[in-house]
Design a protein around this ligand. Structure first.
Ligand code: PGA
Length: 259
């Protein structure tokens, strides 16, 4: 089953619009040789902070690099001070939206039902969800990783029950995010294969086989190749290393070489 790999940057709360424009210049020149392969052999996306989407979109126009949002509100519109809607993100040209990132879950109290409501909002829209799942260190040590991750996925699919190929899942063990600790390729593959089984049991073998599962958690140029060579690792969600345009380009190019 061949799946188009996706490498997505998650800038979190970093970079102003001017800094993002500078990033785009360097990143695009690093990626120049690979431009024809973008979207055909590998998809590359960047999730900057919301206020930066417009300027970054302009700087990336025509490059084949996609825009992604880091979050959105589950409601269509209304009195939700400080929030951002699906229509706003589509209007800015986003193709993807992260939902359920572990920082949203841990720091902003989002639970599976909140994530499911966002997934339902995205279902059938032009914006594709990147559903982030992953266990804490404590959950891993108690050997409950597969149960935790399975529940995070199924509680979303129970509500957003029309999602299929447009869904992307990102497995990000929280103990590996921003810590420099990375799951070994074998550890990542074990969880990715289990996630694929959960998806296939729910959506059918072919449906589960088409969904891309990204790995995230301290991905960098030195470990990207080994992680991406695993059969069920279909790309990466990159935080810290994506702030460096050269490092992020090296990760995208490593993925391209393997495709
Ligand atoms: P990291 O972040 O690459 O800095 O570990 C990944 C993420 O949070 O998506």
């Amino acid at each position: 089953m061949s799946r188009l790999p996706l490498i997505c940057a998650n800038w979190k709360m970093n970079y102003t619009a001017s800094e993002a424009t500078r990033f785009a210049e360097i990143f695009l020149s690093e990626m120049a040789a690979a431009r024809n392969a973008l979207d055909a052999q590998v998809e590359v996306a960047i999730a900057p902070p919301h206020p930066v989407l417009d300027r970054l979109g302009g700087a990336l126009a025509g490059s084949g690099i996609q825009l992604a949002a880091q979050n959105l509100h589950a409601d269509e519109s209304g009195a939700f001070t400080g929030e951002v809607s699906l229509a706003m993100l589509i209007d800015l040209g986003c193709r993807y939206a992260l939902i359920g990132h572990s920082e949203r879950r841990q720091l902003f109290g989002e639970g599976n039902s909140d994530v499911a409501a966002k997934a339902l909002r995205l279902q059938g829209s032009a914006l594709r969800p990147i559903l982030c799942v992953g266990e804490t260190l404590d959950e891993r040590e108690r050997d409950t990783t597969l149960q935790v991750v399975g529940t995070q996925i199924l509680e979303v699919l129970d509500v957003a029950d029309g999602l299929s190929d447009e869904l992307v899942v990102a497995y990000e063990p929280t103990w590996a995010i921003g810590t420099g600790r990375t799951a070994t390729p074998d550890m990542a593959q074990e969880v990715h294969a289990a996630i694929r089984k959960v998806l296939s049991d729910r959506l059918g073998e072919a449906g589960g086989g088409r969904i891309r599962i990204l790995y995230g958690g301290s991905v960098k140029p030195s470990n990207a190749g080994d992680l991406l060579s695993q059969p069920d690792v279909d790309g990466a969600l990159v935080g810290g290393a994506s702030l460096d345009p050269e490092a992020f380009a090296r990760i995208a190019l490593a993925c391209l070489e393997m495709s």
